[in-house]
Design a protein around this ligand. Structure first.
Ligand code: NAD
Length: 475
């Protein structure tokens, strides 16, 4: 075990750190060293009951707290998190393997920006409006079960919690079992920020805790991010109870380099997008679509770009690609790479061999395939690893057909000679977000999926409104 073992033996319920009823524990592994770096409780049904009771008990008062007071609490939370940002970044590096060069800016900076955006939004958002002779009130849904994945541990929790708390809901967070340490830091920040008891509760654990929360009769809504398979299960369970569910699921997004666009920039930015977080990003542009006649050129550019993506120790500031989160995830990604080769795609860079000089850690080399058929397994399945597939198209119609040809629709990019033609193409994509000629991420714009990438939106006003019910009073 590593020297700096983090051991938590309490859960955060009703504004206090309490001993869980369940005595099981979860070991947290550093994916770069394969060492145990933390131990946290695995909650059980009684712990879920206690947390839901605390959230229910706090719900009415929090809902009645004026928006400016809720904003003040969120500002305190933002500031508390900011105080601990170095620790948060260090935890993301050690429990997820995120390279230090992105841990602070991406993993911790984004959730702080998100909290800030909700503080701002609450200063202008109208929770009531007149429509003809009706007064329409926007009221919080109530008690929310927030189930988070491991890929952006702090961000995925905060994006749910910030919007839910801003809307006036109370929350029980269940972090992913692979990366729960950031959730403990978040709970500590909530406590320091002085949020009212019961407004935020933390019950770590695995799928059983997630299902207990989903099925609990006092939970009004489930906000879930993770795999499409688990999303379906949660959707089914919520459907049976007529319970609201917001689902952020997988993706297989396309970056489309249209004829006339800047191919070199398209390839460079697409490689960067895929390799970020070792490819463990639901919105990653894992398919690069290029004109058939420029396939070889695109492959050459990708080869030289990806050579700069140093894979290794996430603590090294030069590292751009760290390990995958777990041994299981690495095995899955290596199987996909093997399938890609077997199905005839050309390996441009990377592959199944472990990166040189790394004899431990769940590493996969940054990998690029060219000449990938649009129906190949690696062109349609979400891999969730550092693997890019370059696919050729004959004309604009075929590019559109390929881009829209998976069950997913979360994100994407279009590269064209001018903004107008890129936007015209983007309008025809069945996907929730499209970056036009390198447009930057916007924490105020709605994020979420078409098709099997999910139901609902996160971020900004649209994210807030997921947590609202409307009541019309006819005057
Ligand atoms: P997952 O869907 O298995 O787990 C996500 C969360 O759901 C975790 O907190 C988990 O404990 C919980 N959970 C699992 N089963 C549950 C159940 N039956 N009821 C309630 N909660 C349950 O995802 P994962 O194992 O973390 O990753 C597997 C795949 O999911 C990835 O390879 C990737 O394809 C996808 N993924 C997508 C995103 C995204 O942001 N869209 C994020 C992470 C993972």
């Amino acid at each position: 075990m590593e020297a700096s073992l983090r051991r938590h033996d309490t859960i955060y319920v009703g504004g206090e750190w309490i001993k869980p009823a369940n005595t099981d524990t979860i070991e947290v592994i550093n994916p770069a060293t394969e060492q145990v770096i933390g131990v946290v409780p695995a909650g059980g049904p009684e712990d879920v009951d206690a947390a839901v009771a605390a959230a229910r008990g706090a719900a009415d008062e929090w809902a009645a707290t004026p928006p400016d007071k809720r904003a003040a609490h969120l500002a305190e939370l933002r500031d508390a998190l900011n105080t601990h940002r170095r620790t948060a970044a260090m935890l993301v590096t050690s429990e997820l393997g995120a390279p230090v060069r992105i841990a602070d800016r991406v993993h911790v900076g984004t959730p702080i920006d998100v909290l800030d955006s909700y503080v701002e939004l609450l200063s202008t958002y109208e929770f009531h409006e007149r429509i003809g002779h009706s007064l329409v009130l926007s009221e919080p849904v109530g008690v929310v079960g927030a189930i988070a994945p491991w890929n952006y541990p702090l961000h995925q929790a905060v994006v749910k919690i910030a919007a839910a708390l801003a809307a006036g809901c109370t929350v029980i967070l269940k972090p992913a079992e692979e990366t729960p340490l950031n959730a403990f830091l978040l709970a500590e920040a909530v406590h320091e920020a002085g949020l009212p008891a019961g407004v935020f509760n933390l019950v770590p654990g695995g799928p059983a805790v997630g299902e207990s929360l989903t099925c609990h009769e006092s939970v009004d809504m489930v906000s879930f991010t993770g795999s499409t398979a688990v999303g379906k299960r949660i959707g089914e369970l919520c459907g049976k109870q007529i319970k609201r569910a917001s689902l952020e699921l997988g993706g297989k997004s396309a970056s489309v380099a249209l004829p006339g666009g800047d191919l070199a920039t398209a390839v460079k930015v697409t490689v960067a997008n895929v390799m970020l977080n070792s490819g463990q990003t639901c919105s990653a542009w894992t398919r690069l679509l290029v004109p058939n006649e420029r396939m070889d050129e695109a492959a050459d550019i990708a080869r030289s770009v990806v050579a700069r993506y140093t894979c290794g120790d996430p603590l090294d500031p030069e590292t751009r690609v760290g390990p995958l989160v777990s041994e299981a995830q690495r095995a899955r990604v290596l199987r996909e790479i093997q399938t890609g080769t077997m199905q005839g795609a050309q390996l441009v860079a990377g592959g199944e061999e472990p990166p040189p000089g790394l004899d431990r850690g769940y590493y996969v080399r940054p990998t690029v395939f060219s000449h990938v058929r649009p129906d190949a397994t690696i062109a349609v399945e979400e891999i969730f690893g550092p693997v890019l597939s370059i696919i050729g198209y004959a004309d604009r119609d075929e590019a559109l057909w390929i881009a829209n040809g998976t069950e997913y629709g979360l994100a994407g990019a279009v590269w064209a000679a001018d903004e107008e033609s890129a936007v015209a193409f983007a309008r025809q994509l069945k996907t929730g977000q499209v970056d036009i000629n390198g447009g930057r991420f916007n924490v105020l714009a709605p994020f979420g999926g078409y098709k099997r990438s999910g139901i609902g939106r996160e971020f900004g006003r649209h994210g807030l409104e997921e947590f609202l019910e409307y009541k019309s009073l006819q005057l």
